[in-house]
Design a protein around this ligand. Structure first.
Ligand SMILES: Cc1cc2nc3c(=O)[nH]c(=O)nc-3n(C[C@H](O)[C@H](O)[C@H](O)COP(=O)(O)OP(=O)(O)OC[C@H]3O[C@@H](n4cnc5c(N)ncnc54)[C@H](O)[C@@H]3O)c2cc1C
Length: 393
């Protein structure tokens, strides 16, 4: 079996020590660790715990709350490197995506209560309940309702594809607090709640796993008369949609970097195999028919990586980066899928054998074109917001 973690540094070597530290963690979690998890649809608890204990998942939490206070680019490097090593960043990534909403819009009390515990690994914030079965990408139509009742809100509704909800202590939940027909703008009247799942499960929340193409620990969440204190509301009532939008650029940039990591893994494994595998008395990698798709995948990953770095640099400088973040995610999701398909083709039949770690990654590399946002929504953003074309929905 080929080494999983001999990753050659790609492009500019930023955050080298961080990359090396991640490599050391990932070396302990070889391909068969991930294959065994898949058999049981299990969560990589040990891996996530080790990342947490190493402080990696608190990268974006400010130092005053016990985190590392690193820039977004550092978080991107962490996720990219995990995937480039053949491991899976997704079981741990949401904490980085979601953190910003609590950080930017949470009250001082919420930040003081939750952030130090998240940074110390005592609490996990890994679940984000946005998508619903009947509304999909049209988020403002969401049906989950939160109704104020004295010092509580009573929440009813259903979420789907809420990943890691069974492995998280806290969940950010998007619910409508003012009915759609009573708001002037459809983006108004939606609120964000920080739900303590430890109390909510069995008391208004029922979480059921969804069997899926990839081991993403994703679930359906049924919410039935869940009572949460008013203190669970983040920021002002009715402004939740805007709060979520604020975090989307960071999310796009981090996802783009995860894609780049997965793509790097695929290209590296394809190159190694192409040099090693002999058919017709020669290494298959001597054939340009094998070389060219791999070379193209590498070039396309480099381009996507550059765009992701540009978006991260703008984000970290506090500059507008919506266009760059969306383009980075678009290009990276397509580049990683091409790299994955190329690797599978290069491995021939052996690519289908679980022990090679190619078919798993191939499946994992497909998700980025659908989640957390699908390609058409990104193209629509570019057309409308960057190119000034008419709004289509
Ligand atoms: C493995 C996995 C994990 C996920 N994790 C989470 C999670 O943790 N939390 C969460 O909230 N959600 C999660 N999601 C949900 C994910 O964000 C959605 O699946 C995604 O946003 C697309 O929504 P949808 O599936 O409802 O597709 P739909 O909105 O039904 O769209 C279906 C297709 O139609 C296209 N389409 C729709 N409208 C238009 C239009 N106007 N113009 C052009 N094309 C259009 C879409 O691009 C898409 O290709 C996850 C999904 C998966 C598969």
């Amino acid at each position: 079996m080929m080494s999983q973690t001999t990753v050659t540094m790609e492009l500019g070597e930023d955050f080298i020590e961080l990359r090396e530290s991640i490599h050391k963690v990932c070396e302990k979690y070889p391909l068969d660790y991930w294959a065994k998890l898949e058999e049981k649809s299990a969560y990589p608890t040990e891996f996530v715990n080790e990342l947490t204990e190493g402080g990696f998942l608190a990268a974006l939490i400010p130092e005053e709350y016990g985190g590392a206070g690193l820039p977004l680019r550092a978080a991107a490097v962490i996720l990219e490197t995990i995937n480039a090593c053949g491991c899976q960043a997704s079981p741990a990534h949401a904490q980085m995506y979601i953190m910003g909403t609590l950080l930017r819009h949470g009250s001082d009390d919420q930040k003081k209560i939750y952030l130090p515990q998240i940074a110390a690994g005592k609490l996990r914030l890994q679940a984000f309940g946005v998508t619903e079965p009947t509304t999909g990408s049209d988020t403002t139509q969401l049906k989950t309702r939160a109704v104020r009742d004295g010092e509580h809100y009573v929440i009813n509704g259903q979420k789907v594809w809420t990943s890691r909800a069974l492995h998280s202590d806290l969940m950010l939940l998007l619910a409508r607090t003012t009915p759609l027909d009573q708001v002037t703008k459809k983006t108004d009247g939606i609120s964000v709640f920080l739900i303590d799942l430890r109390e909510a499960c069995g008391n208004g929340v029922d979480i059921r796993p969804i069997k899926a193409l990839i081991n993403h620990n994703t679930t359906e969440v049924f919410i039935d008369n869940l009572r949460v204190p008013v203190s669970a509301l983040i920021g002002e009532e009715g402004k939740g949609f805007r709060y979520i939008l604020d975090g989307l650029n960071a999310e796009r940039i981090l996802v783009a970097s995860e894609c780049v990591g997965d793509g790097r893994y695929m290209v590296r494994r394809a190159v190694e195999y192409a040099k090693e595998r002999r058919v017709f008395n020669r290494a298959i990698g001597e054939n340009q028919g094998i070389q060219f798709p791999i070379a193209r995948a590498h070039a396309e990953l480099d381009a996507a990586d550059l765009m992701a770095r540009k978006a991260a640099a703008l984000f970290d400088a506090g500059a507008p980066c919506g266009g760059e973040a969306n383009i980075a995610k678009l290009l990276a999701s397509e580049a990683t899928w091409k790299a994955a398909d190329t690797a599978l083709q290069t491995f021939g039949g052996f690519g289908y054998a679980t022990e090679y770690g190619i078919e798993r990654k191939w499946r994992e590399c497909r998700i980025y074109q659908t989640a957390p946002i699908s390609t058409n929504m990104i193209l629509s953003y570019i057309a409308q917001h960057m190119l000034g074309m008419p709004r289509s929905y």
